[in-house]
Every structure is written in structure tokens, then in C-alpha cells.
Design a protein around this ligand. Structure first.
Ligand code: AP5
Length: 217
């Protein structure tokens, strides 16, 4: 049996942090649309050039571009062991496209985990987030600090703050989440795929809750 899991939640909810831990623990790939798009921007591909202004302004990259990108990624060989999707789908249109891709692959979704996280916690997490400019590892200045300030524990490269973590852009990302992504909660509730976890919890207790939710699989 393979696991096809979606992590759903607002910016800063902890999706990326927990997806990496779950991916290591269960040995299934973590697929983050945000990470793929940032890498396209860094490589200055045509997708990256197109996506940059949307990301910098806290808007969603158009559905057709993201769906095409994910169609390609979901053909990679590692996906036959299942996957954890982080940041996709983000609109009802993307969710329908995902259904189509997975029905062709005969790999239906197993579970959607919604991170229920309060706005105060989100603002605190995003204002304190530092990410590795090289490997993408995530830290928090207070909650999850690196051993050496400003340097990645994993690869020794400098840590940077994301441009879209500036307060005004975070407010826009939250607005976009409420308008375009939150409707997916009902979409997946109706399909009986949704489990809600307490996104405000610290990393350890939240991992426990996630493991409990995954026991039903
Ligand atoms: P993306 O990179 O997906 O950003 P996001 O969904 O807004 O989520 P974040 O990465 O900000 O937060 P997270 O929930 O992963 O939290 P994290 O674990 O880092 O997307 C960026 C942009 O790309 C979008 O705005 C859009 O433009 C575009 N895009 C991406 N996907 C798209 C799509 N499908 N369609 C269209 N456009 C798309 O945690 C945050 C901080 O908190 C970290 O510092 C972490 O160390 C800390 N932390 C995490 N968990 C805990 C905890 N439990 N306790 C204490 N601290 C914690």
C-alpha cells in the first residue's frame, strides 16, 4: 500500500517543517510547490520568471502553470512509493486537476491533514523564520534555532529570510489563503479525507498528533 497525503494550511502553519519530518520517517517524497517554484526562480527558467512577481506579491501563481508543473513532477519514479504534497492543491481547480492526475495513475488520495493554526502564531513564525539559501532547511529564530547563528546545521551555508515573509506580503498571503485555499477544507471534508490537527502545537506534540491521524491508514 502507498500513502498519498496532502498537507493543507495557511502560510507559516508548519507544513514544510512537518512534511520533511514525515518524509524522513515514512520514506516517502516531500513535494513542495513553493520549493519547486523558488528553485525555478533561482535557475531563471521561464516558469521561474513568470512566477516571481506572483510570489513576491503574495499572490497565487496561475493554476495552469502550477498544474502543468505538478503533472510533470508526479510522473517521477520516486512517486510510485506515495508522496506528501505541501502547498498543492491550493484552489478547487487545482484539487480537481490533482484528482484527474491521480485517477490516471490509480493512486487516489489517502488523507488530507489540515493544520488549524491561529493568526498570532502564524505572524510570529513567519517573522522569525530563516531558511537555508542552499538546501532549503527551515529554522525559527526562537523555536527551532540553528546551532550556529545564521548558518545551516545541515550544509553550513548562510540562512536567509524569504522576501514574501515581509509583514505586508504575509497579510496578503493570509487573505489569499482565506479566499482561494480555505474552500478546500469543505471540498475534502465532503470526500471524507480530511483530518484536522492543532497547528499551534510545538513540533514534538504536533508530530505525535500527525502520527495518530496517520494510524487510520
Ligand atoms: P509556499 O512556500 O508553499 O508557502 P506557504 O504555503 O505560504 O507556506 P510557508 O512555506 O510560508 O509555511 P509552512 O506552512 O510550510 O511553514 P514552515 O514549516 O516553513 O508558497 C510560497 C508561494 O509560492 C505562494 O505564496 C504562491 O505564490 C506560490 N505557490 C506555492 N504553491 C502554489 C500553488 N499550489 N498554486 C499557486 N501558487 C503557489 O514554518 C514556518 C516557521 O515556523 C519556520 O520558521 C519553522 O521553523 C517554524 N515552525 C514550524 N512549525 C513549528 C511548530 N510546530 N512550533 C514552533 N515553530 C514552528
Amino acid at each position: 500500500m502507498t500513502w498519498q497525503i496532502v498537507l493543507l494550511g495557511p502560510p507559516g502553519a508548519g507544513k514544510g517543517t512537518h512534511a520533511k519530518i514525515l518524509s524522513d520517517r515514512y520514506r516517502i517524497p516531500h513535494i513542495s510547490t513553493g520549493d519547486i517554484l523558488r528553485s525555478q526562480i533561482q535557475q531563471e527558467t521561464s516558469l521561474g520568471k513568470h512566477a516571481k512577481s506572483f510570489i513576491d506579491n503574495g499572490k497565487l501563481v496561475p493554476d495552469e502553470l502550477v498544474v502543468e508543473m505538478m503533472k510533470t513532477r508526479l510522473q517521477d519514479p520516486d512517486v510510485r512509493h506515495g508522496f506528501i504534497l505541501d502547498g498543492f492543491p491550493r484552489t478547487v481547480e487545482q484539487a480537481r486537476a490533482l484528482d484527474e492526475i491521480l485517477s490516471i495513475k490509480k493512486m487516489p488520495l489517502s488523507l488530507v491533514l489540515e493544520f488549524d493554526t491561529s493568526e498570532d502564531v502564524i505572524v510570529d513564525r513567519l517573522s522569525g523564520r530563516w531558511s537555508c539559501s542552499n538546501c532549503g532547511a527551515n529554522y525559527h529564530v526562537r523555536n527551532i534555532p540553528p546551532a550556529k547563528e545564521g548558518i545551516c546545521d545541515r550544509c553550513g551555508q548562510p540562512l536567509v529570510q524569504r522576501k514574501d515573509d515581509e509583514p505586508e506580503t504575509v497579510r496578503e498571503r493570509l487573505r489569499v489563503y482565506r479566499d482561494q485555499t480555505a474552500p478546500l477544507i469543505e471540498f475534502y471534508e465532503k470526500r471524507k479525507l480530511l483530518r484536522v490537527v492543532s497547528g499551534d502545537l510545538d513540533v514534538g506534540p504536533l508530530q505525535e498528533e500527525l502520527a495518530q491521524s496517520m494510524k487510520c491508514l
